[in-house]
Structures are given as C-alpha cells and as structure tokens.
Design a protein around this ligand. Structure first.
Ligand code: HEM
Length: 264
C-alpha cells in the first residue's frame, strides 16, 4: 500500500484496491449480471412478457444461447471466487472477512449517518461492508452449489430424484432473488454521500487520503505504523501547502508554489 504523489494534500491518494481485488470485483459483477439476465431467460420470462419483441432482444428468447451464456458466466464466477479465496489465504488478507460484533457496529454506523452522530472508528472496511460481503458471498455460494447440482442433472445417465431436484430449483430461484436484492442494496449504498468517495477505488485503485484518515482511521493508523504511508511528510506537506497558499494569495501568483508536487 502506498500514497501517491499529488499537487496538494487534499488531492493526495492512497492505494486501496489492488489490481487483483479490482479484477475479482469486476469479474464477479459482470458474471453475476450475465447470470441474472440469462437465468431469467430460461424461466422463460422474456418470451412470456414480450421482451423478445424489442429491437435487439430476440436472443433473450433463444434457450440455446441463454443456457450457453449462463454456463459461460457461471465458469467466470467460479474462477473469480476461487481466485479470491486462494489469493486471500496466500496473502493473508482478511480485511473484508466478517468479525464478531459486526451487526451491532453496522447499526451504530447507520444510526450515526442519519443522526449526524459520530461513527465508531473503522478498519479498512466498515462493519456494514463486511456484513454486505458475507451476505453476497453466502448467496453466491448457495447459487454455485445449487447450480452445480443442476449441471449434474443434465449429465446423461444421472438421475437425482424429483424431490432433490424440486428443492434444488427452489433454492436456486431464492438465491437469484437474494442476489438481485443484494446488488440493488450494494449500488444503493453509493447514493449516500458518505460512501461515494469509495467509488474511484474500484476503477483506479486509489482513494482520497483525507477520507481514509477520517472514515477508516484504524486502517490509516496501521498504514502509518507499517511505514506504508508517512505522517511526517503529511504534516510537512500540509505546512508547505498552507505556506504556498498564503504566498500565492499575497503575491497574486496562483499555483506558482501550489503546483509543487508533494509526496504524502
Ligand atoms: C453484480 C454486481 C456487483 C456485485 C456482486 C458486487 C459485489 C461487491 C462486494 C461483495 C464488495 C465488498 C463489500 C462492500 O464493500 O460492500 C464490493 C465492493 C465495492 N463495489 Fe461492488 N459489486 C457489484 C457491482 C458494483 C458496481 C456496478 C459498482 C460501481 C458502480 C461497484 C462498486 C464497488 C466499490 C467502489 C466497492 C469497494 C468499496 C470499498 O473500497 O470499500 N460494485 N462489491
């Protein structure tokens, strides 16, 4: 983890999401999206509700196309999930894994958000993010297991019995509803102003340093302690930046000194 050079302390960034994390996130997001779209096609919702009559949507009613895309996306999800688990254990990165007391702390964070109160100090992830992760991970696990059983059912010569198949299909459909709900909830979290600064992290890896210092103070302190970022430089550059501001205001030469690159 490291801080990036920038023109001012306010613009200083911290690396929050590694390329591997971004890869897992987007591979999961794209596969889940494709799984939902193609899964609904097999019910077959699009033909029933005339969606297939819309321009360019004809393929949604083609069982052969939707089932093959469903298998393709399921393979993508399995790959992303396995990569995520192996990577987390090899690198011993468990920041997102749930901890004891997360539900209570999530309640405190949400309460603080709506009452303008003070949030409990947070590590790399807020307790509510770890809860969201657990919800999505367990739902995906349910979908993967029931999906694999459905795949087995399609293998010639395999007979799993009507009762197992009935319950398996019911659980696969419940999982679909839950993941849909989970993704909508996840995206709705970014409607809240407090969470929005996290967005660039999943596109560039980088997050505003001041945001981390305030909202993820426990993680910030760990980065300082491990020497991954430097508080002295931070204070120095803060002073430099203030000095530069004062000079540029007095001399009416904006940006002459402000433009100095400060490593923080
Ligand atoms: C099927 C779609 C998606 C799934 C299954 C998914 C799943 C997840 C999960 C499990 C996490 C970790 C827990 C959390 O921070 O809440 C996460 C983090 C994140 N997601 Fe998604 N996501 C999806 C789509 C998106 C989209 C479309 C965006 C952006 C527009 C997005 C932006 C983010 C960001 C910024 C984080 C990291 C938050 C941080 O740095 O703490 N996600 N996602």
């Amino acid at each position: 983890m490291m801080a990036k050079k920038s023109n001012s302390i306010k613009e200083s960034k911290i690396l929050r999401q590694s390329v591997a994390n971004q890869f897992v996130h987007w591979a999961t997001a794209l596969s889940v999206l494709l799984l939902i779209i193609t899964g609904l096609g097999q019910l077959p919702l699009y033909t029933r509700y005339n969606v297939t009559k819309l321009p360019g949507a004809e393929w949604l009613g083609d069982y052969f196309i939707t089932i093959n895309l469903h298998y393709f996306a399921a393979f993508g999800l399995l790959f992303a999930a396995s990569f995520h688990i192996v990577y987390a254990f090899v690198r011993r990165e468990f920041d997102i894994f749930p901890r004891k007391g997360d539900l209570k702390e999530s309640y405190q964070i949400i309460k603080a958000m709506f009452t303008n109160g003070e949030e409990p100090a947070s590590d790399k992830y807020l307790a509510e993010q770890r809860v969201a992760y657990l919800f999505i991970a367990l739902t995906l696990l349910l979908l993967i297991i029931t999906g694999l059983i459905k795949t087995l059912k399609n293998v010639p010569g395999v007979d799993l019995g009507p009762s197992l198949l009935y319950w398996n299909t019911a659980l696969h459909n419940i999982g679909t509803g839950l993941i849909f709900f989970g993704v909508i909830g996840h995206l709705a979290a970014f409607l809240l102003k407090e969470n929005r600064p996290l967005l660039p992290g999943m596109f560039t890896g980088l997050i505003n340093r001041e945001y981390i210092r305030h909202r993820h103070s426990l993680w910030y302190d760990k980065l300082l302690l491990n020497g991954e970022i430097n508080e002295i430089n931070h204070i120095e550059s803060n002073a430099q930046s203030n000095q530069a501001n004062a000079i540029s205001k007095n001399s009416k030469q904006p940006d002459a000194l402000n433009g100095k690159s400060t490593s923080v």
